[in-house]
Design a protein around this ligand. Structure first.
Ligand SMILES: Nc1ncnc2c1ncn2[C@@H]1O[C@H](COP(=O)(O)OP(=O)(O)O)[C@@H](O)[C@H]1O
Ligand SMILES: [Mg+2]
Length: 230
């Protein structure tokens, strides 16, 4: 499906359902989510704690598989893919950003960004050149040789964004990317994501419980109790 303006859904879910076992009971984490997110959009997903935001992002990102329903990424149905196939989709198409940055503490900022480029073993980019360009774009030119412990939270998150973009994925998924930052650093991180979207056309999905932040995206989806309510 392509719209007249050339936009196509990068993410499309139908009746997306996830039940999680909890002791002898079941948690209905997602209860039939239908949604589309289009190429180049920046979408915020908000909702109370426990409403299923992380579960939804994990399914979209191929980190988990649904109980029922379907997920298409870039026109490809990933619903029944095995672990190897999902790994390939993740490496090819998706960059992840998490609340706690998850940088490798013994590596410098530059090395943290170089790593996934080397790992992809594609001659598309010179790893070091690409990593430097990204860190420069994210305002970290003079912090490349620093280790994570020598950087502020906001700087660490921007390194994590550079790392997520290392292989130029069409889709960036961020789970509470500003959840561990003061509001000023949070605004800088959001600005960085906006700039990435403007420069590379990357589709960006941001899970946040910060309404003010979500209001700065193109479109906000609200999850309540495993369903999109608005
Ligand atoms: N591994 C798990 N096992 C059992 N229940 C889980 C697990 N992960 C999340 N849940 C439950 O699923 C629901 C949705 O969780 P989650 O997607 O993490 O919500 P959010 O990110 O919106 O806070 C919650 O009720 C949560 O307690
Ligand atoms: Mg969560």
């Amino acid at each position: 499906m392509t719209l007249p303006n050339g936009k196509h859904p990068v993410i499309r879910t139908r009746d997306l359902t996830k039940d999680l076992p909890l002791g002898k009971t079941v948690v209905h984490a997602l209860r039939g989510v239908d949604m589309e997110i289009f190429a180049g959009e920046m979408v915020g997903i908000v909702g109370p704690s426990g409403s299923g935001k992380s579960t939804l992002l994990g399914l979209i990102g191929g980190l988990d598989t649904p109980t029922h329903g379907t997920i298409e990424i870039d026109g490809v149905n990933i619903t029944r893919m095995n672990e190897d196939q999902l790994t390939e989709i993740r490496n090819e198409k998706i960059g992840f950003i998490f609340q706690f940055f998850n940088l490798i503490p013994t590596l410098t900022a530059l090395e943290n960004v170089v790593l996934p480029i080397q790992f992809a073993r594609k001659a598309r980019f010179s790893p070091e050149k690409r990593a430097k360009e990204l860190l420069d774009l994210l305002g970290l030119k003079d912090r490349m040789k620093h280790r994570p412990s020598e950087l502020s939270g906001g700087q660490q998150q921007r390194v994590a964004i550079a790392r997520a973009l290392a292989n130029n994925p069409p889709l960036l998924l961020a789970d509470e990317p500003t959840g561990n930052l003061d509001s000023e650093s949070g605004v800088l991180v959001l600005d960085a994501l906006r700039e990435i979207r403007a420069n590379a056309g990357t589709t960006v999905v941001i899970v946040t419980h910060d309404r003010a932040l979500a209001e700065k995206t193109d479109r906000v989806m609200t999850l309540v109790d495993g369903q999109i309510v608005h």
